[in-house]
Design a protein around this ligand. Sequence first.
Ligand code: NAD
Length: 266
Amino acid sequence: MSDTDLRDTGALDASTSDGIAVVTGASRGIGAAIATRLGADGYTVAVHYGRDSAAAADVVGKITAAGGTAFSFAADLAEPDTGTAFWAAYDEAAGALRDAPVRVLVNNAGIVVNAVIEETATEDFIRQQQINATAPFLIIQAALPRLADGGRVVNVSSGATRVPIPGIIGYTMTKGALEALTLPLAQHLGPRGITVNAIRPGTTDTDMNADWLRGNPEAAAGVVAQRALRRMGGTADVGDVVALLASDDARWITGQIIDATGGERL
Ligand code: NAD
């Protein structure tokens, strides 16, 4: 079913859900796991994607097949006017829901440039900074009037900010910026009852790591050996932690950076 079909059948009805949850980069990997879990928890899920509309439609289909409600929308987070463009695309796809408050915003989309400092091209460094750190800032900034009081912002950082990996130094800087955004924003939005937290996933088997992890049992074993819980992380391991932070049970947690690495190098 296309997004338009969902709108036409009136399936986009926030009154029957726990509110709207917007997840960036939700067409695959960790974002898809977050979106499907939030859909199962009763949120109407806005599945943001960059280019892969078919993958986003699959995630929407999975959520609706399980009895949930979802729609998808595209926005390139590499564009400098991300904040405005992102929400304009959202409004178009959300139809009748466009004025409904956003209860959960998950900044999950990201890219990684695998390069040590000597080999990091300036253009790659800037693009990575734009997608991973500047875009979440602009998306949150433009979302402030539409965030529900009592709502949630969850930023997806990385365990790399705690465990140094020289081969992703520029990436680590972007995640450090995302974490630095989390604390003052939690203070700023606290009076509205909005919590702002970040999570640090560890190495997870997704497309982001496909070139060095997939089909490479040695690399996987190396990751697992450094982990207290001694297994590779799945996307649901991370999605479930985000769902926890989005839930009412987490209403007293704000301004925190939650390690979700399975205990990497404790
Ligand atoms: P992934 O590559 O599978 O997914 C990344 C998502 O971001 C995709 O949906 C992609 O479309 C979206 N995205 C990338 N560039 C975009 C752009 N210009 N415009 C719009 N969307 C764009 O990766 P993943 O592993 O699912 O990563 C999700 C998040 O988790 C990222 O922020 C990543 O940094 C973080 N993370 C991942 C790992 C890991 O090991 N996989 C570890 C720690 C943190």
